[in-house]
Design a protein around this ligand. Structure first.
Ligand SMILES: Cc1ncc(COP(=O)(O)O)c(C=O)c1O
Length: 334
């Protein structure tokens, strides 16, 4: 008998990622806790919405195993998660990505995907008529093949929000034993910030939610600057959840990636550098608080990016991959 989707996904081990105290970043008596989302089976926070979007689509009869093709425009992690799960569950997967996505991400996607289409978009595809290419291209292909393709569309699909409302939010609340006072995360689709933010505020309305956006023309894969790109529909629906927006420069993000490797032995992706840079500012402004931060993925997909921006040489990078703490083997990917 076929296993239920829930069983398959719990076997895959999505969620329940570790949340650790960053001992070297205790600032003005505030604690910063990092939730290490690269412990998810396909290596990022995006495994959560991928599971929820597929589950919901199957429930609604929009996906049929062995028949349907999943198609998604993505700047990387959602593509990797959907591609991996599609393979597990018996779907073909096609992806549209911006050319600027890191080479390592493309290698992983090629391993899992039946087809990859590249567009000249910014790193995070702009949302809105006439501005994005990857979303438009994916939508056009899906529209042209009714009944064959399904596009989860993380930018609009409420299952993306629900994944965080029902899993990431409760985990952060429980792990902190209800003592979390601030939540800091990067914003791409807005699924994480709205899902976790709404859950935490329902538990304690005094918790402050900080949304992190990168500078204009940034190089932080997964994040979006809302001054150069319209907010995704998913984010616009619950914009009020965010108390405070923080803009972090590429320089701040990359310097913090280096600092956390030196001080804490953690080897993080660029968006985690941006999030920690923001969390440090929150700690400086709010002494004696408990700050939970999302570390969306680890460094292993960004060797070429860190080389280009002179953060780590190839030798330093290879040494950190061997010596960094909390870097699990990801059997599906490596
Ligand atoms: C590395 C990384 N950080 C942060 C985010 C932002 O998450 P969300 O889309 O939930 O706003 C993403 C999303 O793709 C990501 O890939």
């Amino acid at each position: 008998m076929a296993r239920s989707l829930a069983t398959e996904l719990s076997v895959a081990g999505v969620g329940n990622t570790p949340q650790i105290l960053l001992n070297s970043f205790k600032i003005k008596n505030s604690n910063i806790f990092a939730k290490l989302e690269w412990y998810n089976p396909f290596g990022s926070v995006k495994d959560r919405p991928a599971v929820w979007m597929i589950t919901e689509a199957e429930k609604q009869g929009l996906l049929k195993r062995g028949k349907s093709v999943i198609m998604e425009p993505t700047s990387g992690n959602t593509g990797i998660a959907l591609a991996g799960m599609a393979k597990m569950l018996g779907y073909r997967f096609e992806v549209v990505i911006p050319q600027k996505v890191s080479e390592e991400t493309k290698v992983i996607l090629r391993k899992f995907s039946s087809k990859i289409l590249e567009t000249e978009d910014d790193l995070c595809p702009r949302v809105g008529p006439g501005t994005d290419q990857s979303i438009a291209l994916a939508s056009a292909i899906v529209k042209g093949h009714p009944g064959e393709y399904f596009m989860p569309n993380q930018y609009e699909n409420d299952a993306n929000f629900m994944a965080h409302y029902y899993s990431t939010g409760p985990e952060i609340w429980n792990d902190s034993k209800g003592r979390v006072t601030h939540f800091v995360t990067g914003v791409g689709t807005g699924g994480t910030v709205t899902g976790v933010g709404k859950f935490l505020k329902e538990r304690n309305p005094n918790i402050k939610i900080h949304g992190v956006e990168p500078q204009k023309g940034h190089h932080i894969q997964g994040l979006r600057n809302l001054k150069e790109s319209n907010p995704p529909a998913l984010l616009s629906r619950r914009l009020e959840v965010i108390d405070h927006w923080m803009e972090i420069t590429d320089k701040e993000a990359f310097e913090t990636v280096k600092a956390i490797a030196d001080k804490e032995g953690l080897f993080v992706g660029p968006s985690s550098g941006a999030v920690l840079a923001a969390a440090i500012k929150v700690a400086e402004e709010h002494p004696s608080e408990n700050i939970a931060a999302i570390f969306a993925d680890d460094a292993r997909k960004y060797k070429s990016v860190y080389k280009e921006f002179r953060i780590f040489t190839d030798e330093e990078f290879d040494r950190l991959v061997k010596t960094a703490k909390h870097l699990p083997n990801i059997p599906f990917l490596l």
